[in-house]
Design a protein around this ligand. Structure first.
Ligand code: FES
Length: 89
């Protein structure tokens, strides 16, 4: 599967099942994760532009306020996807 960070112009091969945050950390994508990946900070937020991610976790809901937004620490790779960084405060 291929995950593209559109705003960075970077694209990576990824195994299914891992999170976007795992991929970002492995590939050196500049993504903050202030809470350490526990759906508590909103700094890892992305927006899905195309493709698909795994089902939304209910822990994400308080941080999402626009269509396509997801927390990278909770969003699992299940298919090709194109995302943009969209960190909240
Ligand atoms: S790393 Fe904190 S919400 Fe994802």
């Amino acid at each position: 599967m291929r995950v593209t960070f559109e705003d960075l112009g970077r694209s990576f091969e990824a195994e299914p099942g891992g999170t976007l945050l795992d991929l970002a950390e492995r590939e050196g994508v500049p993504m903050e994760a202030a809470c350490g990946g526990f759906a508590g900070c909103n700094t890892c937020r992305v927006r899905l532009i195309a493709g698909a991610l795994g089902p939304e976790d209910e822990a994400e809901a308080p941080f999402l306020d626009a269509p396509g937004q997801r927390l990278a620490c909770q969003a699992r790779i299940v298919a090709d996807a194109v995302v943009r960084l969209d960190p909240g405060s």
